[in-house]
Design a protein around this ligand. Structure first.
Ligand code: S6P
Ligand code: ZN
Length: 187
């Protein structure tokens, strides 16, 4: 097999890989994920919230392979809620994932299949194991771009439907100048 060669800059998370893929998520595509709909309506739908660059060294759906990617969430808020990713479960539910923080500060919001919701603070160097069957979303709680690296199974897939309709059971909002994790139903 020919060698597969890619490089990652460990200081800023940037990736250079053959056939690298990328996507951009703008506010207009994330209407349902933020709770303050009137604040959302007053913002420019073209505002970039996050970008993802990733490498698929094997074809998507390959059992036993791995993918690698970098996510950058820009600083910002919709109302009091910090910019965040859409959030998902893996389509093959038992597939796990690693996240490692490169720069900025954030929170990893998690929810298991019993509805238990919790978070892990993300800081440069923090490494996060996301078990299978756990839905996940990341939030930029700082004033700089927040970047982390992820590696996940090439057959994991993404299921966005549950998060789009039910959310993750908690939100990260600014209160008295601090990022606070607030479970649904709490103040
Ligand atoms: C893939 C991995 C990340 C996210 C990315 C964007 O399993 O968890 O690459 O895709 O952070 O988040 P989302 O929720 O829009 O896919
Ligand atoms: Zn994932």
């Amino acid at each position: 097999m020919a060698p597969i060669f890619a490089t990652v800059n460990w200081t800023d998370g940037t990736l250079d890989a053959p056939g690298m893929r990328s996507l951009v998520k703008k506010l207009g595509q994330l209407k349902q994920v933020f709770s303050d709909q009137s604040a959302h309506a007053q913002m420019d739908p073209e505002t970039v919230v996050y970008r993802v660059w990733w490498w698929e060294p094997v074809e998507a759906g390959t059992e036993g392979g791995l993918f690698w990617g970098t996510t950058e969430i820009l600083p910002g808020k919709v109302g009091k809620e910090f910019f965040m990713t859409h959030g998902h479960q893996h389509a093959i539910r038992d597939r796990a994932e690693f996240y490692g923080t490169v720069s900025g500060e954030g929170m990893l919001v998690l929810r298991d299949e019993n509805g238990k919701t919790w978070y892990e603070p993300m800081r440069p160097g923090s490494l996060h194991y996301i078990p299978g069957r756990v839905a996940h979303r990341t939030v930029n709680t700082g004033e700089m771009p927040f970047r982390f690296i992820a590696s996940w199974p090439s057959d994991a897939g993404h299921d966005y439907d549950v998060i789009a309709t039910e959310g993750l059971g908690a939100r990260v909002i600014e209160k008295d100048g601090k990022a606070v994790f607030v479970k649904d139903g709490e103040q």
